[in-house]
Structure formats: structure tokens, C-alpha cells
Write a protein of this length. Structure first.
Length: 278
């Protein structure tokens, strides 16, 4: 049995052949067509009409197909161009942000009368119990163990290990961290220790000292590590217990340790003169 497709092809071929014969017959005679020509015309005309419609439909389909292909290619080209433009815009934005951040750091460096090293943060300890970062400066850049690490916002931490090219910094929020500090307004003194998360505890603050939530805490310069007057954080909670001589105080650091990118390492601390308390 013949398939419908084969029958359709055969009909098209016959129609084309008959159409050619008809055109040949009518082409040879400029006068009115003969009976044979008229008969062929009557028979062929409906088929010719259907063939013409079919041919036009196929042509329109192909034209639409090529249009869609062309549109898809143009769409891909525009998407690629848009992606490149967005990438360039993102690079420009990142450059502007980096420039603003570096200008801020340079302004800070100018007001600190001490030699400082400016490394970039290249690693962070992912563990929950250790708060450290890795910076890309080491002993060959005069980085020493025990050097204080700061940024304009405040104290970052202290260098605990140093190789030739890299150094590890213990952050202020690490439980092993400790900074001798005072409340700027009242001069109440204590030790700021890392809370292990995003806060610190302010130990050994006497109950007799009047302190308030929101008070600024700065380094005292008495621990032999951090120069006097560097910002530590603000008091966020105070619990005055009924017993004991100390208050329970929590401090929120000024530094956002999650977004650190560049820091300053003070290579030669001067514990006598403060950088300017504010």
C-alpha cells in the first residue's frame, strides 16, 4: 500500500506535468484554445489552484522559518552584547568601590604617625571555633608576630603567625583575643575578649563605674600590643548582678569582619601618643 505522503508527491508530479503540457499547448496558439485545451484547462485549473495555494503555503512556511532563525540569531547576538555591557558595568562599579575604599584607607594612613603595612585579606578560617584571617604580607615585608592589625573603623586583631609571604591574624572576636580597653566617656577600664561570634565581652568592669549602652570603648594602650585610642566597639548590653564586684558587659565591634578586604599592620607601635580618640 502506498503511503499518504507518496500519493501526495505523485499527485504533485502529475499536476506539474499536466500544467506543463497545458502551457505548451496554449503557448503554441495565440488564438482561442481548442476543445482539448479547454478541457485540460477545466480539469487542471482546480488542481492548479490547490497547487498554487500549497506552494505559497510552503513558501510562507520557509520564509517564516528563516525569519525565526534570523530572529533567534539576532536575539543571541543581543544577549551576548548585553552580557558584555553588564560585565563592563560591573567591573566599572567594582573599580569605583575599590577606589573609594582605598582612598578611605589612605586618608586613615595619613593620620597615623606610625609605619604601617597594607596587606590584602586572602583567606579566612571557616571553622566556627577559630576567628582568623590570612593576609598576603609576611616577614619579608617586616610583618612580625604580635603586631596589631587595624582599619579606619577600629581594631581588627593581632598577628599570631608570620611566614615569609603570609601572616595569620587572630581577630578581635576570637575567644583567645584580649584587648586592654577603657570606656571613652568615663574611663572605666576592663579587658575586651572575643565572644566567638560577632560580639565581644568586656570583663573586669567594676560595678561602681557608671557606663551606658552606646558608650564607645577604645584601647587603653596598657597591654603592650595595641596603641592607645583605637576604637574597639560600642557597649551593647549591661547586666549589673546583685553579687560580685564586676558588671557583665557586651560590646559590639566597629569592624565588620565578614567584609574585610584590606587591613593595616602597625609595624612599629608607639604606645605613648594616641592616634586621636573620637
Amino acid at each position: 500500500m502506498f503511503s499518504k505522503r507518496m500519493i501526495l508527491v505523485a499527485l504533485v508530479i502529475v499536476l506539474v506535468a499536466v500544467n506543463i503540457i497545458l502551457l505548451t499547448i496554449t503557448g503554441k496558439h495565440t488564438q482561442a484554445p481548442s476543445g482539448l485545451g479547454r478541457g485540460a484547462l477545466v480539469i487542471v485549473s482546480p488542481f492548479q489552484k490547490q497547487f498554487t495555494a500549497f506552494f505559497n503555503s510552503v513558501k510562507d512556511t520557509w520564509n517564516q522559518y528563516f525569519f525565526l532563525v534570523s530572529t533567534a540569531e539576532e536575539n543571541q547576538r543581543l544577549k551576548k552584547a548585553l552580557g558584555q555591557s553588564l560585565e563592563q558595568l560591573n567591573r566599572y562599579s567594582e573599580t569605583e568601590i575599590a577606589n573609594d575604599r582605598l582612598r578611605h584607607l589612605l586618608d586613615f594612613e595619613k593620620v597615623i604617625p606610625r609605619p604601617m603595612i597594607a596587606p590584602q585579606v586572602v583567606g579566612k578560617d571557616p571553622s566556627a571555633w577559630s576567628k582568623t584571617i590570612i593576609v598576603d604580607k609576611g616577614t619579608r615585608d617586616s610583618v612580625r608576630q604580635g603586631a596589631p592589625v587595624v582599619i579606619p573603623e577600629g581594631i581588627v586583631g593581632v598577628v599570631v603567625e608570620a611566614s615569609a609571604r603570609y601572616a595569620k591574624v587572630l581577630l578581635l572576636t576570637d575567644p583567645n583575643s584580649a584587648v586592654d580597653a577603657v570606656v571613652q566617656q568615663t574611663r572605666a577600664r576592663g579587658i575586651v575578649k572575643g565572644g566567638g561570634a560577632d560580639f565581644c565581652v568586656f570583663d573586669y568592669v567594676l560595678r561602681k563605674h557608671d557606663i551606658s549602652v552606646g558608650d564607645m570603648v577604645v584601647s587603653s594602650g596598657l597591654d603592650g600590643v595595641f596603641p592607645k585610642g583605637f576604637r574597639v566597639g560600642r557597649i551593647s548590653e549591661i547586666v549589673r548582678q546583685n553579687a560580685g564586684i564586676f558588671q557583665k558587659v557586651s560590646v559590639t565591634p566597629y569592624v565588620d569582619f565578614e567584609i574585610l578586604e584590606e587591613v593595616f599592620i602597625i609595624s612599629e607601635p608607639d604606645y605613648e601618643s594616641p592616634p586621636g580618640e573620637s
